[in-house]
Design a protein around this ligand. Structure first.
Ligand code: HEM
Length: 234
């Protein structure tokens, strides 16, 4: 039984399916996270009470986190495995790559964009998940009588730093690029019969990638524009 499973996993097509399924788990998280983050537009109470509800899930939150971590590690491990195997099968890392026709910039840079998003997540956790949601970093200067605005204040103050806002916009643009090819790949890896629909799917993947990048980018842009026009408005 165990050797059957090991044999199955060794097959290239199965590895690609594992990459696809773990990718679906990650994309589901990203959509959910984006929707939750949009609560920043509704103000501190909405964002903070949403975050408190999530923190209040206790043990279940840890199950979700571990599931997410497992999906992340699986996605990376199997991607690297498939890539190394493909290179070995071609027998030459230095072949002239076909840059015409069936390839795109997003496709050729999947490993790079994925690796950068991976690094981004650690920086991101250090920015918003690990810090205390009280104290000076959560106080927006001149707002709420100098009292803490919790997670909302932390996010707001972070994006008032131009370098950090720029870094986030760059990172989520890479994520969008990664998804624009990744979503299309999922359908191929799972063997969905596409036929004539392939160009449509490619377009849809690109639109989703673009919307994800735009959606996340809108948050730092909103913070900066609002702060320097009408203010945090709390
Ligand atoms: C402008 C873009 C983003 C904003 C404003 C944002 C905001 C946040 C905030 C406020 C938290 C902390 C929640 C809490 O501690 O209660 C968080 C956690 C997290 N974010 Fe983001 N996020 C952004 C983009 C992303 C992206 C693109 C990814 C993935 C590629 C991501 C992955 C995560 C993860 C894994 C956590 C930890 C969740 C947990 O286990 O608690 N975020 N984010």
């Amino acid at each position: 039984m165990a050797s059957n499973l090991a044999g199955l996993v060794k097959r290239s097509v199965v590895k690609k399916q594992i990459v696809a399924v773990s990718g679906i788990v990650l994309v589901s998280f990203i959509f959910g996270h984006l929707a939750g983050n949009f609560l920043i537009f509704a103000g501190p109470e909405a964002l903070n009470s949403y975050a408190e509800k999530i923190q209040g899930m206790g043990a279940f939150l840890w199950v979700v986190r571990l599931g997410l971590l497992a999906a992340f590690l699986t996605h990376i491990t199997f991607t690297v495995w498939v890539t190394l195997e493909n290179r070995a099968a071609r027998g030459d890392r230095y072949e002239v790559r076909n840059t015409l026709g069936n390839t795109t910039w997003a496709k050729r840079t999947m490993i790079l964009s994925g690796a950068m998003v991976f690094c981004y997540v650690f920086i991101h956790l250090n920015d918003f998940t690990f810090p205390e949601k009280v104290g000076p970093s959560t106080v927006i200067s001149g707002v709420n009588n100098g009292e803490s605005l919790g997670l909302f204040g932390l996010v707001w103050n972070s994006f008032l730093q131009p370098l950090r806002a720029g870094f986030y916009i760059l990172a989520v643009s890479l994520l969008g690029m990664h998804l624009s090819h990744g979503i299309e790949s999922v359908f191929q890896s799972l063997g969905t019969p596409l036929g004539q629909q392939r160009p449509t799917l490619l377009k849809i993947s690109r639109i989703i990638g673009f919307l994800v990048a735009l959606g996340f980018s809108s948050i730092p842009i909103y913070v900066i524009v609002r702060h320097y026009t009408i203010g945090a408005g709390v």
